[in-house]
Structures are given as structure tokens and as C-alpha cells.
Design a binder for this molecule. Structure first.
Ligand code: NAD
Length: 495
């Protein structure tokens, strides 16, 4: 037995290891060393978790529980997460290397989703349909889908899980959670709070391990009705194809190559800060990263210089330290990928204005760092401007006017988010209309809320998370016809 912290899966309310007997190390990106381990599950574990969720959906107390009681459970869970927020945030930092300041703010915000959807649970209403036929009472019911599999990535593990878990439960579904193999610990720690809150056994189950090993069993299982996925677009496409074979519901939250557009009439102090937070927060490992900074040519040199000057002050270091501003990359393969894109950008002729490699500071030890990197004179046809890097790498692209800004902004396979910096409100509204993305921020960047729908256009995904729209993603509509007439007419007489 190793001396690493051990986290267990929970299936049908019982903590368990995997049937494979194997454990998967969780490595701290700052130290490069394993700090915990989680079960490395196989298909049998995935199947057991789905069976438990199916039993809980069809036979357990959850199936007959009132929506009001369900909502109370969600709100109790919210309070427990708030109580343990710092502990959960520290687990996140050890797993994914993001700043403690960011993860603790994020985990303290997570309860709002459980409160919001807990409140929504008993406001899910059907309707009475005005019938065009005599003696018919026709009404609709909104019903849960069944077992929902939630598959999440490594960059904001608890938050992105919550975006699925809270509406899925509020709607009355049961759930199997499949966290990223790199950052599973916080989901398993959350299960202790699920127990404490009093959720019936089997309502929420977990399966850790590699996506390729457990994913197909989860996605293709006939007892699973929906897959709610956040991750890369290649994985999303594979899951979509598997789900299609069995006509399952999906929500897909995928990648992005978001334009952050600065017009020459903008408050440039604000725009520079927005550009920095758009790309260097979380070391660029956010789906909404403003990785393409589009700057109007008249202020292109000035904005580029100011962004480079600001970014060059970033303090890299231990993510647990409150003074650190940029942490390491979450996984070693991801660091290699980011460095690979930096090489590609140089080969393609982009001008490296800042960074462009790994930091030399010996104090950063074994951490998986990449320098905050900025490329100027980027052309939107370069790979650095077209493909998602998911790291601290900014491409600055010049444009002449509104039309060209829109053309470049929309010239991407993605459509997750976008930013516009301008003092001209006519321009702000016009740009918001013309940009093809699920989110447009004007004079701000990276704002999200439990109240506001979030999701992608084009290859950035299908469906919406957060806000009232999210609950619909976990419901289906039943239409009921009650015949109130005496006697059924002759079936061979068509009227
Ligand atoms: P990933 O696609 O590699 O993995 C995501 C999850 O899918 C992991 O849990 C993984 O184990 C699982 N998985 C892998 N193969 C699978 C399979 N065959 N079947 C079932 N599950 C499988 O993504 P990642 O590298 O963990 O995360 C980074 C990506 O996530 C980026 O592309 C980023 O843009 C995207 N992302 C999107 C959003 C959004 O809301 N749109 C938010 C955060 C991250």
C-alpha cells in the first residue's frame, strides 16, 4: 500500500476500489510528483455504476421523492460545499495546478448552482393543451430522462461537473460521474458531502479511470439516456457518434478559439487588462480563452506593446501561494502540446513578442510551466490562430474596420465566446449581433453565472449549461390524452 492519499469511487452509496485492482496516480503539476491515487476502473466498474444509477432511478426512494424534497437535498449539498470550500479548492490545486486564489473563488461560487437548480426543481411545470377535439383532456408532463453520464475535463473539475450535476438532479435524473483521469480527486471528495447531505444510494455514482477504458461502456450502455460532456472536440465527436448509435441525448461543451476584439475607441487600459485575463488566467487552460486578440490597426502597435509589458510582469510560481499569478500547465502531455504550438507559430513566421518557451527560473523546480507567450503579426490562417492551444499563448491579429473584425472573428470552426472593447454602444450591439458565438462580452471578459446560459455555436458544442435553459437539457416532454367521452366510435368509420 502506498503512502499517497487514497480516494474511492462511490457506487450505490458504497465507497469502492476498482474491479481491476489498479490505482491511478494523481500528479501535482507544480511538484511533478504523485500526491494521491484513485481507482483505475474498467468496463465492469462502469457497468456497475450505471446499474446502480438505473436502480435508483426506477426503484429507489428518489423515484417517488417529491420535487420539493429533491430541491432541499440540492440546497443542503450547496451548504456543505460552502462549508468545505477551502478543502475542496486545495484538492483542485494539487490536482490541476491552477491558482489557489482562482480555485477557491470558483469552489465558493459552486454552491450557487445547487441553490439555483434546487430552487428550480419544483418549478418544472407541464401545460394543459387547448384541445381541438371534443371530450378530450390533453396535458403535458416534464419528466427526467433517466441515467445521465457526466464526463468532465481537467481544467475546472468541480465547477464543470456542477454545471451538469445540479440541473440533472433537479430534473429528477440519476447520475454517473466520469471525471478526468488527471483530476478525479475533487469529484470523489464531493461524494462524501453527497452522503452527508442525505441523497439516496445510487442517485450519484462515480467511475474514475481512462476515458478510452470506461467511456464506451458508459456511453453505449442501453440504460444511459444522456451524456453530458465537456472536453476536447475530437473526444466530443467520438462520443456524439457513439451516442448516435443508440439515439441518446447529448450536451457537448467543446473547445474554442475565441476572438477578443479591441477597437481604437476603447478604454485601452481596460482592454489591455481584459486581454491579459482572457488568456493568462488559468495559464490559458480555459475553453473561453481569448486566444486571438484582434486589434484595430490604428492602435495595434500601442496595444501590443502594452499587453506585452503587462504580461511580462506576471509572477510564475507555486499555485498555493496567494501572490502567484501564473501557475503550471495541468498535465505533462498538455505542456508538450503547448510548446509544440509555440514552435509551429515560430516556423509559420509569427513574431514572438514575449516568452516562447519554458521559464529558466530554478525556483520553479519540476513544475510543468510554460512562459506567458505572445505572438504579433499573426495571420488568421496560421495554425496558431486556428487550432485550440489550451495554454498561455496569445496571438495578436490586426484588422482595419468593423467588417474585417467580424470576418476574422467568425473565420473559425469554433464559436464559444468573444469579447468586444469599445465605448461606442451602437458598435457594441452591432458586433454582438454579428459575432457567431454563444457568448459575447462587451468591455469585460470571462464572466459566467449560474443565471446565464453558456454554450457554443458551431464546433464548440451543442446545448446550454446554467440558467433556466439548462434544465430543459435534462427533461423530456410527455403528452397525455384523456378521453372523457362515453363509448369509442366504430374504428372503421373515418370522420
Ligand atoms: P478530453 O476530451 O481529452 O477529455 C475530457 C473527458 O473525456 C475526460 O474525462 C476523459 O477521460 C474523457 N474521455 C476521453 N476519451 C473518452 C471516450 N472515448 N469516451 C468517453 N470519455 C472519454 O479533454 P481535456 O483534455 O480533459 O480538456 C480540455 C478540453 O476541454 C479543451 O478542448 C477545452 O476547450 C475543453 N473544455 C470545454 C469547456 C466548455 O465548456 N466548452 C470547458 C472546459 C474545457
Amino acid at each position: 500500500m502506498s503512502d499517497l492519499a487514497r480516494f474511492h469511487n462511490v457506487v450505490n452509496g458504497q465507497p469502492c476500489a476498482s474491479t481491476t485492482g489498479r490505482w491511478l496516480a494523481s500528479v501535482n503539476p507544480y511538484t511533478g510528483k504523485a500526491w494521491a491515487e484513485v481507482p483505475q476502473c474498467g468496463p465492469d466498474d462502469a457497468d456497475a455504476a450505471v446499474q446502480a444509477a438505473w436502480r435508483a432511478f426506477t426503484k429507489g426512494p428518489w423515484a417517488t421523492m417529491s420535487a420539493t424534497a429533491r430541491g432541499k437535498l440540492l440546497r443542503r449539498l450547496a451548504d456543505l460545499i460552502a462549508r468545505d470550500a477551502e478543502k475542496l479548492a486545495e484538492i483542485e490545486v494539487k490536482d490541476n495546478g491552477k491558482l489557489l486564489a482562482e480555485m477557491s473563488a470558483q469552489v465558493r461560487y459552486v454552491p450557487e448552482w445547487f441553490h439555483y437548480f434546487g430552487g428550480l426543481a419544483d418549478k418544472i411545470e407541464g401545460g394543459v393543451i387547448p384541445s381541438d377535439k371534443p371530450d378530450v383532456f390533453n396535458y403535458t408532463k416534464r419528466e427526467p430522462l433517466g441515467v445521465v453520464v457526466c464526463i468532465t475535463p481537467w481544467n475546472s473539475p468541480l465547477m464543470l461537473l456542477t454545471w451538469k450535476l445540479a440541473p440533472a438532479l433537479a430534473a429528477g435524473n440519476t447520475v454517473v460521474i466520469k471525471p478526468s483521469e488527471f483530476t478525479s480527486c475533487s469529484a470523489l471528495a464531493l461524494m462524501e458531502l453527497v452522503k452527508e447531505a442525505g441523497f439516496p444510494d445510487g442517485v450519484i455514482n462515480t467511475v474514475t479511470g481512462f476515458g478510452a477504458e470506461v467511456g464506451p461502456t458508459l456511453v453505449e450502455n442501453p440504460q444511459v439516456s444522456k451524456v453530458a460532456f465537456t472536453g476536447g472536440d475530437a473526444t466530443g465527436a467520438a462520443i456524439y457518434a457513439q451516442a448516435a448509435k443508440h439515439i441518446k441525448h447529448v450536451t457537448l461543451e467543446l473547445g474554442g478559439k475565441s476572438p477578443n476584439i479591441v477597437f481604437d475607441d476603447a478604454n485601452l487600459d481596460d482592454a489591455v487588462k481584459g486581454a491579459i485575463s482572457g488568456i493568462f488566467a488559468a495559464s490559458g487552460q480555459t475553453c473561453i480563452a481569448g486566444s486571438r486578440l484582434l486589434v484595430q490597426r490604428s492602435v495595434y502597435e500601442e496595444v501590443s506593446e502594452r499587453v506585452v509589458a503587462f504580461a511580462s510582469t506576471a509572477r510564475l510560481g507555486d499555485p498555493m501561494e496567494r501572490t502567484t499569478q501564473v501557475g503550471p500547465i495541468t498535465t505533462q502531455p498538455q505542456r508538450e502540446k503547448v510548446l509544440g504550438y509555440i514552435d509551429i507559430a515560430k516556423q509559420e513566421g509569427a513574431r514572438c513578442l514575449l516568452g516562447g518557451g519554458t521559464p529558466k527560473d530554478p525556483a520553479l523546480g519540476e513544475g510543468w510551466f510554460v512562459e506567458p507567450t505572445i505572438f504579433g503579426d499573426v495571420n488568421n490562417s496560421m495554425r496558431i490562430a486556428r487550432e485550440e492551444v489550451f495554454g498561455p499563448v496569445l496571438s495578436i491579429i490586426p484588422f482595419e474596420d468593423e467588417d474585417e473584425a467580424v470576418e476574422i472573428a467568425n473565420d473559425t470552426i469554433y464559436g464559444l465566446a468573444s469579447g468586444v472593447w469599445t465605448k461606442d454602444m451602437r458598435r457594441a450591439f452591432k458586433m454582438a449581433d454579428r459575432i457567431r458565438a454563444g457568448t459575447v462580452w462587451v468591455n469585460t471578459y470571462r464572466a459566467v453565472s449560474f443565471l446565464a446560459p453558456f454554450g457554443g455555436y458551431k464546433k464548440s458544442g451543442i446545448g446550454r449549461e446554467s440558467g433556466q435553459a439548462a434544465i430543459d437539457e435534462y427533461l423530456q416532454t410527455k403528452c397525455v390524452w384523456i378521453n372523457l367521452a362515453e363509448g369509442i366510435p366504430d374504428p372503421f368509420v373515418i370522420r
